[in-house]
Ligand binder design. Sequence first.
Ligand code: NAD
Ligand code: AHE
Ligand code: ZN
Length: 378
Amino acid sequence: TQGKPITCTAAVAYAAGKPLTVEQIVVDPPKAHEVRIKIEYTAVCHTDAYTLSGIDPEGAFPSILGHEGSGIVESVGEGVTNVKVGDHVIALYTAECGKCKFCKSGKTNLCGSVRATQGKGVMPDGTSRFHNQKGEPLLHFMGCSTFSQYTVVADVSVVAVDPKAPLDSISLLGCGVTTGYGAAIKTANVQKGDTVAVFGAGTVGLSVVQGAKSRGASKIIVVDINNDKKQWSFDFGATDFVNPKEDLKEGETIVQKLIEMTDGGLEYTFDCTGNVKVMRDALEACHKGWGESIIIGVAGAGEEISTRPFQLVTGRVWKGSAFGGIKGRSEMGGLIEDYQNGKLKVDEFITHRRPFTEINDAFEDLHHGDCLRTVLDL
Ligand code: NAD
Ligand code: AHE
Ligand code: ZN
């Protein structure tokens, strides 16, 4: 098959708010500095549902969504040196070229090499490698498009991993687990004894919890409106769980409650909901003088955050984190080792498994309290 188009099954997002269409598509061979991957497993992240719903300013259709996936390199284009045929790999929505201003800054994991074309749903040369049986081009998504049995990514957007690591589990390192864990241990750099509050106990939030726990945080408070998340929060290392719909006194706000629980506010808070009102609460629950709030959640088009500038004047810091601040190609190996050494929980997030053809049910699973991640077997 090397060098030839491959016909395979993919789930195509034809329009916002519509279920995905599982159908046969054609995947062209990789061009120079591109890699064609046989996707073995993909999970569905909340961000896939967000984009499919139509509220992502960068969302474009028809496209092949999915960005939390693992697989095996099927073929490589000219000039590819970082992976070879047969390598086990994770697709990276945050590329790492090692050469651009961002990569060389030492200040960020964001990479400028392919981000502009990635945001337009095309490969770096401006074209797509996917088309349907009618010959219509289908757009790429987040540089990954893992909702297809075969995908093509830029070489800077893929990392080879230890083939002994189970591909189903490590698909989750493509987004959710890495994002939360990294936000705690890299972006915030939580230290022993710090107090932490995590808003939203999905895979991202619970991974923040385990990052904070691994650093020895003295208090890890999970805030979630769904009581089904309580037991999981404790399992992953939370010390407290607050449901703002049930656990507040008459007239009390969640900010007041958290400040009272922590003698003046938290060292670090994390928004893992994407709700801009929650983001404000997370900032305002930070300790005066030094508390930092990290925004991880993704908000819809037109949504804006606000607070009184006085909150920042008095020392609170508002930050954001993409992919947990993790540089995918140079740091994924370390995360896989953490997983293999039992330091990083990954398998525990797989609450559902389904065949690829049930992908629309996997989107439905995400809305239920009993689901952290559904892993699809392609
Ligand atoms: P999820 O849907 O599994 O979890 C979200 C949790 O938030 C749920 O438990 C829900 O009950 C809770 N929640 C909703 N509204 C709430 C409220 N008002 N107060 C408290 N809790 C509330 O989602 P996920 O996959 O864990 O992703 C979390 C967010 O992070 C999403 O917005 C996603 O798009 C975003 N995300 C960002 C990055 C990044 O790199 N920045 C990476 C992955 C995901
Ligand atoms: N496209 C949206 C923003 C989406 C967004 O913020 N994505 C996160 C990753 S979510 C993963 O589940 C991210 O890393 N963003 C940084 C980047 O470079 O995309 C919009 O608002 O336009
Ligand atoms: Zn994601």
